[in-house]
Design a protein around this ligand. Sequence first.
Ligand code: ADP
Length: 314
Amino acid sequence: MQRNITVFGSSVVDLMSRAPHLPAPAETVKGSFFMQSPGGKGFNQAIAARKAGVDVAMITKLGRDSLSEIPLRAMREAGLSEEYLFFSDSVPTGTALIMVDETTGQNAIVIVPGACSTITDADVAGASEQICNSEFLLLQLEINQDANEKAAELAKEHGVKVIVNTAPYQPVSDDFLRGVYLVTPNEVEAEELTGVAVTDKERADRAAELLFAKGVRNVLITLGSRGVYLNEGGKSEIIPAYRVRAVDTTGAGDAFNGGLVAALAEGKTLREAAQFANALAALSVQRLGTTASMPSRAEIDSFLSQTADLTGQK
Ligand code: ADP
């Protein structure tokens, strides 16, 4: 039977435009394309896990506005329950205003987290039964941190394994990290967290030691196209990524973390889960978009059976 998993985090609507060039200050540029899509790290990770074939409880907060319809529709389509959705009466649904230069692919982004940065103690209390009955609770750093702290505290008290994807990076307290089952920074965040530039495996070992000293139990650092560094409290290794032609790596970290928690939900070991997440993320970077690029379970299984030898893994 599947283990109970919860993704607690942000939900924002991506408002994306493409234009011949990015506007300079005070300039107005006529664009060629506009798209609204659901996003936010929490939301993306929950969708990735759900599409990978497991049941996921998603806890997030939206505004009472028409923009909230976008994540709501996507949740219904993906089969995610709305039971732990909270709504702000006064703060709008979060947005990410994304401008993309259609020639260079460069972008400029303003994120307004909105309602999902106003998660109250009462909201966390409203979801406490789900949190406490979970085996794994996956958090990111895109909501108000006091809500993450409350949820993590509750989870740890009840023996729930807390996974913290330290993105987007912001400083966190030692209390928050103490007793965390797993942290999953990317290379940049690993350096921000520890002060150690993760340029090779030895330095990754040093960064991991510093995190163990803070009471974290396992460390996984995503290394982009190089794969992931995994340290389970002593033994460390780099699990290579799959060699694929990447067209859009936006959301690769979200794909990875969603895949990881989905595999853990199925009882896989951390190492097996990291391999599964590598495959899920490798599929997602070959397509445009974030939630739209998350593969289905059938696609992941077929990729895994065809490419078992691509990384030298079996
Ligand atoms: P983030 O998006 O948070 O910066 P990374 O760039 O480290 O995270 O990517 C997360 C994971 O996505 C990697 O560990 C790897 O599994 C996968 N990935 C990212 N880029 C590529 C790529 N070019 N080819 C294959 N897999 C990739």
